[in-house]
Design a protein around this ligand. Structure first.
Ligand SMILES: C[S@@+](CC[C@H](N)C(=O)[O-])C[C@H]1O[C@@H](n2cnc3c(N)ncnc32)[C@H](O)[C@@H]1O
Length: 406
């Protein structure tokens, strides 16, 4: 690792430590009691709890097999092939070129994981988790992409000791090195590759933002780290009164230009190539959006981006920050926390960014000068959580003091 990593601020538990610690220690002793397992399985009131815990642990152990089953199905294109058209084992064996006896293991595993389902006459069809995979190309692309991460993590301790030496670090050129001004074609290809993946996988995040936030009050939106412009294109269709600016690295915006032209958006979208490490953000927008950008970068860079966003906004302007965030303490115990494990490792393998809680990002936004920072509730926080902050119409107190002194 060539850069130091930021440490997350661990929140102290609100309960008095002596009581909570004593309770946790007692629970741990119960769990460790040699007779508890058998006793709880005999007792109909506790059996479900022990079964659930055992099952959860088994799933953790088997997680690698589960994701390989998923990847196998994606590589064989089974989800699209079986959408609306269930097929028999022999038929699928002919189409995939795999021997029926081995293909059957894959299909039965996929049925066990709810990806596929048994249908009449011994055929296989899509299960409830297979349907979105047939419909959204972006999910299949992310599953294929995750293979890089899992290769890097094959030996987790070696990975932790040397996280940026693998395929993921290589895949994300900007995440640990300053992008060069002039770059060879092989470097440009890397920008094309990740920009395509981002555009394909951004659909769910865009949907979360468009269905949770009203853009009526805004006139012009600057999307920072805009990629190929999928968010801007979909927002342009959603809110026809808006004008746009896009800011991203030059090779990325060069890719975006063609797509915007094809959608007839060239007149409504101004492109501003640059780097937020070196350049100021363009002025003129009353809403700045940062979608899946902050988590790629260390705290010092995020502070820089937020300060530049604050400087670029007019008084009364707003910043909307949307990305996956760590599950806040208030939601402890609710399902969904396991998603954090994925992002902690993904972002480590990628570079020096990290998964932050909404509270951490809120504090960073406030430190950059934003006020009235609040979380915009959205239906599917796995895809992204959304924070909104304002550049207040009133001058901040310290600024007022310095003005009144003159
Ligand atoms: C994870 S991608 C997200 C893209 C898009 N907002 C989305 O959600 O799909 C992060 C984006 O930030 C851009 N980026 C990274 N470093 C940058 C820099 N120093 N200046 C400007 N843009 C940068 C990348 O090129 C990329 O398009």
């Amino acid at each position: 690792m060539s850069q130091p990593l930021d440490l997350a601020a661990l929140q102290a538990h609100p309960a008095p430590s002596t009581f909570k610690d004593a309770w946790q220690a007692r629970l741990e002793r119960w769990y460790a009691h040699p007779g508890l397992y058998q006793w709880s399985l005999r007792n109909p009131l506790t059996r479900w709890l022990t079964r659930r815990r055992t099952r959860k642990l088994f799933d953790l152990m088997a997680g690698f097999v589960h994701s390989q089953v998923l990847l196998g199905c994606v590589r064989l294109d089974l989800f699209r092939a079986l959408h609306h058209a269930p097929a028999s084992l022999n038929d699928l064996a002919r189409r995939t070129g795999l021997a029926p006896a081995v293909l059957q293991r894959l299909l039965l595993s996929a049925v066990a994981l709810d990806l596929l389902e048994h249908r009449s006459q011994g055929r296989f069809g899509l299960g409830p988790l297979g349907v979105p995979l047939a419909q959204h190309e972006g999910i299949a692309q992310m599953i294929e992409h995750n293979h890089l991460l899992y290769q890097d993590m094959q030996d987790p301790l070696q990975f932790l000791g040397n996280a940026w030496s693998g395929g993921m670090a290589e895949y994300w050129p900007y995440a640990h090195e300053k992008p060069a001004v002039a770059m060879p074609q092989a470097e440009v290809d890397k920008f094309t590759r990740y920009s395509e993946l981002m555009a394909a996988s951004q659909g769910f995040v865009v949907q979360e933002i468009l269905s949770s936030y009203f853009f009526d009050e805004h006139r012009c939106v600057l999307d920072v780290g805009a990629g190929r412009g999928r968010f801007v294109s979909e927002l342009a269709a959603h809110a026809p009164h808006l004008q746009f600016k896009m800011f991203d690295l030059p090779p990325v915006l060069a890719l975006a230009r063609e797509g915007l032209q094809a959608k007839g958006l060239s007149e409504r979208v101004a492109l501003h190539p640059g780097s937020f490490l070196d350049d100021p953000l363009p002025e003129g927008a009353d809403l700045i959006t940062l979608v899946r950008v902050a988590h790629d970068h260390p705290d010092a860079v995020v502070q820089q981006i937020l300060q530049k966003a604050y400087a670029a906004l007019p008084l009364g302007g707003a910043l909307l920050l949307a990305e996956p965030m760590a599950q806040p303490d208030e939601e402890a115990g609710q399902p969904g926390a396991s998603v954090d494990a994925y992002f902690h490792f993904y972002l480590l393998a990628m570079g020096a960014g990290r998964l932050r809680t909404p509270h951490e990002l809120q504090t960073m936004m406030e430190e950059a000068g934003f006020t009235h920072v609040e979380q915009v509730p959205n239906a599917m926080p796995i895809h992204a959580r959304i924070l909104l902050g304002r550049k207040s119409q009133c001058l901040p107190l310290n600024h007022q003091n310095s003005v009144s002194k003159h």
